[in-house]
Design a protein around this ligand. Sequence first.
Ligand code: NAI
Length: 286
Amino acid sequence: RGKKAFIAGVADDQGFGWAIAKALQEAGAEVSLGVWVPALNIFETSYRRGKFDESRKLSNGKLMEFKHIYPMDAVFDTLADVPEDVATNKRYAGNSGWTVSEVAERVEKDIGKIDILVHSLANGPEVVKPLLETSRKGYLAALSASAYSLVSMVQRFGPLMNRGGSVISLTYNASNRIIPGYGGGMSSAKAALESDTRVLAYEAGRKYKIRVNTISAGPLGSRAAKAIGFIDGMIKYSYENAPIQKELDAIEVGNVAAFLLSPLASGVTGHTMFVDNGLNTMGLAT
Ligand code: NAI
């Protein structure tokens, strides 16, 4: 039986979520997506117009397909949490059923049980501000979108997952090491995400018999990363200083994700796995 996967956090073909979708389809899984509500329209339009066709190509010559595409906003758990200004915002008003609990209900109705859950999303409205200048609101927004969103997803999707199922998220080593420029509480959010990965591995492991891991990725010039502003410098720094001197390709993260999400990794849970050309192991820049 082919595995069924739900990936939250794909809105173009440039990020890790897309590469994970591709690696999972190469391995025979069926993939559905949760796309951030304000990004859904442009994603679907680009998809329909063939803008992604080149990067949809699988090794068997076929194009990657998505079983279902749902609007989603991982900052809201239930309809009751949605404030009036968001509900009536024109980018949200045309869509419905996009809170985490509603998306889980739709997935259960359309797909039934799933095997794979991927969290590939983050948002920090004040990411360009140093922590010393970050507001309480900005800090809590970063934690809400980038860390609690995983807790919320495991709460709601855990009950829909088959035994032996597996969850992954994406993190960044700014959780452990000082990365000047990764501000707005995003470093704090990644630290929370990694700690929550361990606690969720225990709690959801016992309750649902699923595994929870996170991949600590090296720098990639995705849309989200470009918003931080210094991604080109980070890619150059990594190239110059990592044990393996090459640019990280998103599919390298996709392939490790496919491994962690497969029965090959049935003994691995609560783990933060680096996929960063080894940069994290260096103690002195060269
Ligand atoms: P991306 O831009 O492809 O993915 C981020 C996605 O999050 C976007 O599709 C965006 O629409 C979505 N999103 C934002 N807020 C959301 C919300 N409230 N609800 C639902 N979706 C929302 O960029 P990337 O870089 O692939 O990011 C994926 C993950 O990888 C993130 O967790 C990021 O922190 C992590 N990561 C990225 C690195 C990089 O250098 N690009 C390095 C290490 C980790």
